[in-house]
Structure formats: structure tokens, C-alpha cells
Design a protein around this ligand. Structure first.
Ligand SMILES: Nc1nc2c(c(=O)[nH]1)N[C@H]1C(S)=C(S)[C@@H](COP(=O)(O)O)O[C@H]1N2
Ligand SMILES: [Mo]
Length: 161
């Protein structure tokens, strides 16, 4: 689809058509969300719906899990696909610029209606920043979200550095 160097997001695993998407590819997809603050107060940026990405990739019916990978800081979350299939968003732009790292860019996953950290399988911790790969699978994928308050607090201290 695009030249190697400009790939921001891959979608693979149990899909019909694995995708490797650049900023231009993301902008050209159906399901654009021009202003995420309309949907999620306090969040800014331009995004595309997870539903549009999944439909472009053609999710295999056996897919039950979505794993969000961030190679940049080795952070990964695996969540039941059904819980985010309709509402999940992928942010990739702020105004006419790529989404800055300070906002979790170049690409960030965002669940509009989300549980507080650790209260649920699908929690705020699954709003993966710097996400570079969406992996669909039949079984649960890799997940290294912090498991308790202590690990969570340590992660947030690290993020502030
Ligand atoms: N790549 C990456 N994504 C991440 C994290 C992280 O450490 N690395 N922390 C998670 C956690 S624990 C939380 S609570 C949210 C916080 O995002 P916010 O600061 O935008 O609210 O990001 C999540 N996404
Ligand atoms: Mo979190």
C-alpha cells in the first residue's frame, strides 16, 4: 500500500487482508472521526473507527480477541474484540499534523466508554499509546498491562519521565 518507511499501523493475525497503513492510508479510510472531542470529552484529534479498519482488513469470523501492540515502549493489551468492535477509535492526527507523542502518537487507540484502570478487562489502561500493530486472534494475545496498583503507579511514574 505504501513505502516501508511511512507505515504507521499494521493489522494482521486472523484477518483476510493484512494491512500496512501510512498516514495517507489512514486518512483515506471510511469511518473518519474529524473531531474526537465530540465523542470523548477531553480528548483531541482526528481518528478513524476501529470498525472501518476491521472492515478494510476483513476480520475472520473466528477472531475473538484484539491485541494492541506498542513496540515503542513494549506495552501490549489484549481485549475481547466484541467489547470494542463498535466503539473503538484509532487517533492518528491532531489538526493537520501527525498525532504528537505527547498525545500517544503517531497512532493511539481510544475506547470512548471505558472502565477505570483495573476494574475490568477493558479498562483505561487498554487505551494503548504509540500503537503500531493491531492483531486479531482466536485466543487471547499477549498482555502486559500492570496487574495491581503498585505496578500501575510505577508505570505512570515512568511515563512522566
Ligand atoms: N504504549 C503505552 N500505552 C499506554 C500506557 C503505556 O505505558 N504505554 N499506559 C496505559 C495506562 S496504564 C493508562 S491509564 C492510559 C493513560 O492514558 P492518558 O494519560 O492519555 O489518560 O494509557 C495507557 N496506554
Ligand atoms: Mo492505567
Amino acid at each position: 500500500m505504501s513505502t516501508e518507511s511511512s507505515i504507521l499501523l499494521s493489522i494482521d493475525g486472523a484477518v483476510e487482508r493484512p494491512l500496512r497503513l501510512s498516514l495517507a492510508d489512514l486518512s483515506a479510510l471510511a469511518g473518519q472521526v474529524p473531531d474526537v472531542s465530540q465523542l470523548v470529552p477531553g480528548r483531541q484529534g482526528v481518528g478513524v473507527t476501529l470498525a472501518a479498519l476491521l472492515s478494510a482488513a476483513g476480520v475472520q469470523p473466528t477472531s475473538k480477541w484484539l491485541t494492541l501492540h506498542a513496540a515503542a515502549d513494549d506495552f501490549h493489551a489484549s481485549i475481547p474484540l466484541e467489547s470494542v468492535r463498535e466503539q473503538g477509535l484509532v487517533l492518528y492526527r491532531l489538526g493537520d499534523q501527525p498525532l504528537p507523542a505527547s498525545a500517544g502518537g503517531p497512532v493511539r487507540f481510544l475506547i470512548p466508554d471505558v472502565a477505570a484502570c483495573h476494574t475490568h478487562e477493558v479498562d483505561e489502561c487498554a487505551n494503548v499509546k504509540f500503537v503500531d500493530r493491531l492483531e486479531l486472534s482466536v485466543e487471547r494475545g499477549f498482555d502486559n498491562r500492570p496487574e495491581d496498583e503498585r505496578a500501575h503507579a510505577a508505570l505512570h511514574r515512568q511515563a512522566q519521565k
